[in-house]
Design a protein around this ligand. Sequence first.
Ligand code: ATP
Ligand SMILES: O=P(O)(O)O[C@@H]1O[C@H]([C@H](O)CO)[C@@H](O)[C@H](O)[C@@H]1O
Length: 183
Amino acid sequence: MAPPRSRTICLIPSRSCCGFFIFAMPKFETKLCTRAELKSRVAALPQPVVLTNGVFDILHRGHVTYLAQAREQGAALVVAVNTDASVKRLGKGDDRPINTCADRMAVLAALEAVSLVVEFDEDTALEVVQEAQPGVYVKGGDYQMDAIPEGQAVLAYGGQVVAIPFAHDRSTSKLLDKVRQGS
Ligand SMILES: Nc1ncnc2c1ncn2[C@@H]1O[C@H](COP(=O)(O)OP(=O)(O)OP(=O)(O)O)[C@@H](O)[C@H]1O
Ligand SMILES: O=P(O)(O)O[C@@H]1O[C@H]([C@H](O)CO)[C@@H](O)[C@H](O)[C@@H]1O
């Protein structure tokens, strides 16, 4: 099934002679997927599908390197993003997330490496993995794949799990510390 195409048209009053500029929604927004659509949208992607999940609050070089390498593990990359409520429960800080889930999803969808973006409100992405059944499940090298529920589920149905080593010493938390210290 072909992915639904966003065709929202935005009319902006202008001073041009015909009176309006016309802006279509950017194409990357077609990569945003509801949870209800997830299974069918994943089935329509080139296989094998790689899936990863995370917060991706303030996107940095470590993230984009990681996502490009995750995409290389298969033919398409799905990113499941923690909702704002589920980020709060992860305890990264009272002021986190800095960026809303809708904004974090849009930024990820605009990346070339990313094929589909979906949100999840659970504490882990276990249910997302069970619904999407990706051929490959990826996390960063800070996780032990057979010790997390998503990794265990993928291994149980015969999928592959890959931990990608950190290529750059970057994190959203470190960036925020830098900004707060003014250095
Ligand atoms: N520097 C990095 N190199 C490689 N992978 C990374 C890096 N930073 C994060 N990741 C991976 O990206 C995914 C999302 O990570 P996350 O949003 O927690 O990043 P973070 O910047 O470390 O955030 P925070 O500082 O808020 O914990 C995770 O799978 C994580 O392992
Ligand atoms: O961006 P993070 O903090 O790496 O993302 C978390 O990953 C957890 C991991 O998959 C182990 O279960 C997940 O449970 C959590 O909801 C965040 O997505």
